[in-house]
Structures are given as structure tokens and as C-alpha cells.
Write a protein that binds this ligand. Structure first.
Ligand code: UT7
Length: 337
């Protein structure tokens, strides 16, 4: 398959909100949140718009890849929490970076980044693109119910991006699956003001069946990692880095135990970002790249899972066209995760 990641970028809002700050207005505690999730703080938009974060992440990925806006043949964005439903987030990125290529969004909740890789791979395979920008940007703090301690403590805001180039086999395997479930994790659409609408209208906040999603996350990671290794003709132990969706450290711990993998190979950014939905994976990948953790030829397994229920996974041989540039860190004012 012809795709390689040429450069990554991330952008997080400046404001970090600690668990103690949440317990000032919610019936929760730092101890509960840390023990049950691993989250210590999350980044929260205050003055930043999501469009700004998305553009910043895109610019950093383009700088790392050594490409300019006119090099791009396609822009794909993923978001469930954009500043606007129309136009797409991808259009806002196109305007922000001054590109002129086609741009559209993909909706697969927290698995969105991998779904976007798959679409890009198709564009490369059909000869329609040599260079694709993927941006996953989420302002989850606008979709949670801030009176629901079971959900609002989990999420944060941020954006991650990757520039993809046509390659000769960097992408060893990519897998998508959707196990239709409309209730496990959902957010209603715009209510509108139609005088004819007689349907029931749920509150416009995220609702989640935590236990169902937890089990789905663990089983998805375990199944996908085994399948990726088999597809790649290798053992799970041969995989150098694991970049999983960052929803709960206990999900990662359970999957690590079952797979018997070295936990040092699993990227963890959750503690200081919270769950940023589809942005988790590119932000984690960017952190790994900028910390110098990736060597050419390293095998990287990625698994995203979330509402839908959707799961997307891929196995990549790391061979960027250019090495990622050193800092800047993924936020304007504070260190990244
Ligand atoms: O991107 C994908 C989306 N999300 C996920 O992947 C999340 C997957 N699920 C989870 O991570 C976990 O299920 C949660 C973190 C959401 C919940 O953890 P849990 O260990 O499954 O807790 P629980 O739902 O079984 O709740 C245990 C107790 C309950 O109290 P009672 O009924 O035992 O008295 C909850 O009301 O913890 C209570 N609780 C809280 N207590 C303090 C729930 N949220 C909080 C809170 N602070 N924030």
C-alpha cells in the first residue's frame, strides 16, 4: 500500500484544567478521576477557536514534512465537535493554510484519523494524489454536559495532523470495522426550529454507556493488534510502538496485559490531555515523533475506536520523507503532553 507519514503536528489550547478545579463545581475528586481513568488534567479552549487549533496543527505537520500549501492534493479533516457544521472543518483548514485542493470531512468519531488514512490511501492508489493533509480537531468541551461527572471529566480539546505522501509500502495493513450501535456513545444533531418537527428531541450533549464502550475499547485493541501483526507477517512482539486511542489508562492496561506487550512501547498522552476524540491518535503520534522515539523502519500499530461503534487500525513502517523538526511543542504557551 502506498502511503507514508511525512510529518506530524499538534496544537493544544493553552489552558490546562486540573481535576481539583473540576471538583470545585462537581461531585468528583482528583483521586477518583486519576484512579479510574489516569487523567490528571485536560486542555480546554478558552479564547482559541477549533479552526485556529486545526490550522496550527496543520501548519506544524506541513513544516515537519517540508511541504507548502500548494503541494497538497487533498485535505481531510475529522471532527465531531467543530466550530461549524457547514462548511466542513476541512474547508476552514484550506482557507487557513491558503491551499486550493479539494477538502472534506470524514465522520467516524474517535476512530476518524484511521478512517481518513484509509481514504487517503485510496486517493494514492487511484493516482489522484501525491500529498494529502489529514487534520483531526476536536473541541469536546463544547459537547459534554458539564453537570454530568461521568462524562465531562474525561474529555479535552486539541488538534493533531499528519502530512501523507505516496509511498512504496509504508502502510502494511489498514482495517476498518463498524459494529452499528446508536446508543453506546451519541450526540444528537442540531435541534433546529422547524414548526413541523414532531420527533423526540434529546438534550444536545454527549451521552455514553461507559461500561459498554470500555469493553469495546479493550476487545478492539486486542483483536486489531493481533490481526495487524498477522497481516504484517510478524509477531505482536515485533511491533515497536503502539498508538492507541486515549480514552482511559485502564483500557490500555487491560489490553497490554492481554497482549503481553511491553507497556513502554505504548504511547500515553491521556494524563495531561484527556480524551480528545479523533485528535488523540495524531497528537500521540506527534508526541512520539517529536520526542525522537521513531526510527526509520520502526513498526507502528495504531488503533482507534469510538462511537458508531467504529474501529480503525493500521500498521505502518515509519519512513518519513524528512525527519520531524525539533520543537515547537504542541501548544503556544505551555509544554505539550
Ligand atoms: O472515546 C471513547 C469514549 N469513552 C470511553 O472510552 C470511556 C470508556 N469507559 C470508561 O472509561 C469508564 O467506564 C468510565 C471512566 C466512564 C467510568 O469508570 P467506571 O470504573 O466504569 O465507573 P462506573 O461507571 O462503574 O461508576 C462507578 C461509580 C458510580 O457510583 P456508584 O453508582 O457506584 O455509587 C458513579 O456514579 O463512580 C461514580 N462516578 C464518579 N465518581 C466520582 C462516575 N463518574 C464519577 C466521577 N467522580 N467523575
Amino acid at each position: 500500500m502506498g502511503l507514508r507519514i511525512m510529518g506530524t503536528g499538534g496544537a493544544l489550547p493553552a489552558r490546562s484544567v486540573t481535576n481539583d478545579e473540576l471538583s470545585a463545581f462537581l461531585d468528583t475528586s482528583d483521586e477518583w478521576i486519576r484512579q479510574r481513568t489516569g487523567i490528571r488534567s485536560r486542555r480546554v479552549c478558552t479564547t482559541e477557536t477549533l479552526d485556529e487549533l486545526a490550522v496550527l496543527a496543520a501548519e506544524r505537520a506541513m513544516e515537519a514534512a517540508g511541504v507548502v500549501a500548494s503541494d497538497l492534493d487533498l485535505i481531510l479533516c475529522t471532527t465531531t465537535s467543530g466550530d461549524h457544521l457547514i462548511p466542513s472543518e476541512a474547508c476552514a483548514v484550506q482557507v487557513g493554510i491558503g491551499a486550493s485542493c479539494p477538502a472534506f470531512d470524514i465522520s467516524a468519531a474517535c476512530a476518524g484519523f484511521v478512517y481518513a488514512l484509509d481514504v487517503a490511501d485510496g486517493w494514492f492508489a487511484r493516482g489522484r494524489a501525491d500529498c494529502v493533509l489529514v487534520v483531526s480537531a476536536e473541541k469536546c468541551t463544547r459537547i459534554v454536559d458539564w453537570q454530568d461527572r461521568a462524562t465531562c471529566v474525561l474529555f479535552g480539546d486539541g488538534a493533531g495532523a499528519a502530512v501523507l505522501g505516496r509511498g512504496d509500502g509504508g502502510l502494511r495493513s489498514i482495517r476498518l470495522a463498524t459494529m452499528g450501535d446508536l446508543d453506546a456513545l451519541s450526540l444528537p444533531g442540531v435541534i433546529g426550529s422547524s414548526p413541523f418537527d414532531q420527533t423526540e428531541r434529546d438534550p444536545q450533549v454527549l451521552s455514553m454507556q461507559g461500561h459498554t464502550v470500555f469493553k469495546f475499547g479493550v476487545t478492539s485493541i486486542v483483536r486489531e493488534v493481533r490481526a495487524l501483526a498477522a497481516d504484517g507477517g510478524m509477531k505482536v512482539g515485533d511491533i515497536d510502538h503502539f498508538v492507541f486511542h486515549q480514552a482511559n489508562d485502564r483500557i490500555l492496561d487491560a489490553a497490554i496485559r492481554t497482549l503481553g506487550i511491553d507497556s513502554g512501547r505504548v504511547v500515553r498522552t491521556l494524563a495531561h490531555t484527556g480524551n480528545i476524540s479523533s485528535a488523540c491518535i495524531p497528537v500521540a503520534l506527534d508526541a512520539l515523533a517529536r520526542e525522537g522515539g521513531l526510527r526509520d523502519g520502526d513498526h507502528v500499530a495504531i488503533v482507534g475506536f469510538g462511537a458508531g461503534l467504529c474501529v480503525g487500525s493500521c500498521l505502518i513502517d515509519w519512513e518519513p520523507a524528512r525527519r520531524p523538526v525539533a520543537s515547537p511543542p504542541p501548544t503556544q504557551e505551555q509544554d505539550g503532553p
